[in-house]
Design a protein around this ligand. Structure first.
Ligand SMILES: O=C(O)c1cc(=O)[nH]c(=O)n1[C@@H]1O[C@H](COP(=O)(O)O)[C@@H](O)[C@H]1O
Length: 245
């Protein structure tokens, strides 16, 4: 897989017009993420636009609910013919299994390929102190993230979303067939913003990430195309081949 196909850029904008402007500005991006802001404001229209342009789509709505509701949402998501869909691992095993089964059924009924369901282990904006003192989780952060990834794997999901800081450990325990999607990737010197557990693109490749979700370092750069290209070169220069998962 080319580096350019592994960098997923989020359409973190307020409306479809803003999204189309960004897509047109970065024709070299092949994988776009549609997240909460755009989907809640504008609905699925952008998915049709992206499909018409043969782009890969990461539908990142981070479902977290009871099994019945997760199943309904994932069945509907499966009908869109998207490539990746997020759920929260902390919804629990029954919800994850229901989500996976329903996504496959929704896709099959609509004649689409089944999306890969990936479970968020622990948001990359959360640091160890918040996990312990706000969320009251009595585990080391890296252990908690690993347990959530293992839960996703046991539930039959294709992969997990984790910080690149936990990617090496998750890869070691979950094996080569498990898909690792890493946000919280920051080229050296770029602003961390609200991200708390970050690594550079090169470090994230070495840790075993398959996909990198990188937004503001590209979209707010003076030259977004150059920023995207530089990140692709950083990934390519590590010379670590990745297989399709
Ligand atoms: O599921 C995600 O994509 C996600 C999970 C997570 O733990 N952290 C995280 O930042 N993300 C998403 O990844 C993107 C990161 O954007 P930047 O911080 O601008 O690079 C955002 O669209 C987030 O919604």
């Amino acid at each position: 897989m080319r580096a350019a196909d592994r960098v997923i850029v989020p359409l973190d904008v307020a409306d479809v017009e803003g999204a189309i402007a960004l897509i047109n500005r970065l024709p070299q991006v092949t994988f776009w993420k549609v997240g909460l802001e755009l989907f809640v404001s504008s609905g699925p229209a952008i998915l049709r636009q992206l499909k018409a342009q043969d782009k890969q789509i990461f539908l990142d709505l981070k479902f977290h609910d009871i099994p019945q509701t997760m199943a309904g949402a994932c069945r509907a998501a499966g009908r869109y013919g998207v490539d990746l869909v997020t759920v929260h691992a902390s919804a629990g095993k029954a919800a994850l299994i229901a989500a996976q089964t329903a996504a496959a059924a929704g896709a099959a009924a609509a004649g689409q390929q089944t999306p890969k369901l990936v479970a968020v282990t622990l948001l990359t904006s959360i640091e160890a102190r918040s996990l312990a003192f706000e969320l009251k989780v009595p585990l080391e952060l890296s252990d908690y993230a690993l347990q959530m990834a293992l839960l996703a794997q046991e539930s039959g999901l294709a992969g997990a979303v984790c910080s690149p800081q936990e990617a090496a450990q998750v890869r070691r325990f979950c094996g080569d067939d498990f898909c690792l999607v890493c946000p919280g990737v920051r080229p050296a010197g770029s602003d961390r913003g609200d991200q708390r557990r970050t690594l550079t693109p090169g470090q994230a490749v070495r840790a075993g990430a398959d996909y990198f979700v990188i937004g503001r370092p590209i979209t707010t750069a003076a030259d977004p195309a150059a920023a995207f290209e530089q990140i692709c070169q950083d990934i390519e220069s590590e010379n670590i081949p990745v297989r399709e998962r």
